[in-house]
Design a protein around this ligand. Structure first.
Ligand code: B12
Length: 337
């Protein structure tokens, strides 16, 4: 008989499962090994093992005792394992703020710390491993991060804000992710649309781009843009025609500022998501922006999301910041000097 490795593995599995089945049925006694001393293998019933080997080799799953191969005492995939409440959204703030440590020394202090950070503290452990809930939450957060990068901004959000849309030189998401340079320039069609539809020479040009998280734009932009536009108009500033850029990187604002002749340009962009949140948006601003200018001339307001700077707060803060940039005629490092 020609026994290959896979066959040997099947035979070993069959013998082990028989031993486990016998142990479960007979309270530790089995018919392959008697007693619990170190020489138990000597009393293995070789005849029965031989029968098993023959059965496996011939493809017959019936055991020598005539019963089906049993999995008693082993893994039972048909039995669901529920040690978390599957009705709850484990990525929600409420669930994440609940300590998983069994007996914390100071429960109040722990809860207070957990409220103050999105870091995964107070999660306890199961032996040397993560608890099932922590592991599932990590996987769910990772899935949300991937969705944030890969999905598009909801058309409803763009429509509600009455934004027109242009695209960068990227043809699709894959090109956007692999060619950052193309995400920094508008397509020919995009350039034409901007020329046709935007007012010229505004004090401030506002832009919205998906960047690396569409989820961030979906979650925040409707609460920032109207507040900011009202604030800037109330301050007597000429606000340009806002629009949406698909597959946009931060530096696309430089080309747009040049095209419309804006004094200040401000792009809202989805931040690269982490496992803490996928909803974080940033605003990158620049005074007198030019293609190829140094990054140091940009100012960023980052972490706009419900656990960071809230959207409404950001709208108010940006109104003041833009006025300061206009007053000082500078942005980025030059603004801080
Ligand atoms: C990726 C990243 C970087 C990368 C950017 C590489 C690249 N080409 O994409 C690298 C490692 C180079 C980097 C460097 C720095 N970064 Co950084 N970065 C980030 C991160 C993790 C994501 C940014 C993102 O998703 N942008 C959106 C995508 C679509 O943008 P993009 O067009 O692909 O890339 C542009 C931006 O990422 C931008 N950018 C990245 N970081 C910074 C920082 C500043 C001050 C500015 C003006 C622009 C900027 O530069 C890129 C090229 O144009 C954020 C974290 C966050 N929560 O936002 C921090 C973050 C924006 N960075 C930060 C800082 C402090 C810096 C540095 C000043 C660090 C240092 N001491 O050197 C430098 C400055 C770089 C600069 N451009 O002037 C802070 C800004 C804090 C603040 N509010 O001022 C953040 C928020 C991290 C943090 N929590 O501290 N960064």
């Amino acid at each position: 008989m020609n026994i290959d490795e896979a066959l040997i593995e099947r035979i070993i599995r069959e013998v082990v499962s028989q031993v486990v089945a016998e142990k479960a049925a007979g309270g530790g006694q089995n018919r392959f090994a008697s007693g619990n001393n170190q020489n138990s293998m000597q009393s293995v019933n070789l005849g029965q093992i031989e029968q098993l080997v023959k059965n496996v080799a011939s493809g017959d799953r019936q055991t020598s005792s005539g019963g089906q191969t049993s999995n008693a005492g082993g893994y039972h995939p048909e039995e669901p394992v529920h040690d978390v409440d599957i009705e709850e959204d484990i990525t929600s703030r409420e669930v994440k703020k609940r300590p998983l440590i069994d007996q914390p020394q100071d429960p109040e202090a722990l809860e207070r710390m957990m409220r103050l950070t999105t870091a995964r503290i107070g999660v306890g452990c199961a032996g040397p491993r993560l608890k099932t809930q922590t592991l599932l939450t990590l996987r769910a957060d990772h899935a949300r991060a991937r969705d944030a990068v890969m999905l598009d901004v909801h058309q409803d959000v763009i429509d509600n804000l009455k934004l027109f849309s242009v695209q960068t030189r990227c043809q699709d998401k894959n090109e956007f992710l692999t060619r950052p340079d193309l995400g920094r320039r508008l397509s020919e069609d995009g350039v034409q649309k901007v020329k046709d539809q935007c007012i010229e020479g505004p004090d401030v040009q506002l832009i919205v781009a998906d960047g690396l998280s569409s989820t961030a734009i979906n979650a925040n932009i409707e609460n920032v843009l109207p507040v900011l536009m009202d604030g800037l108009s109330a301050a007597g500033l000429r606000v340009g025609t806002p629009f949406f850029v698909r597959y946009g990187r931060v530096a696309v604002e430089d080309e747009i500022a040049e095209l419309v002749g804006a004094k200040v340009v401000c792009i809202f962009v989805g931040e690269r998501p982490g496992l803490g949140t996928a909803e974080s948006m940033s605003a990158y601003l620049a005074y007198n922006a030019k293609i190829g200018m140094p990054e140091a001339r940009r100012t960023v307001v980052s972490n706009i999301h419900k656990d960071g700077i809230t959207a409404v707060e950001a709208g108010a803060y940006l109104t003041d910041l833009i006025q300061k940039i206009l007053d000082k005629k500078a942005s980025g490092v030059e603004l801080q000097n």
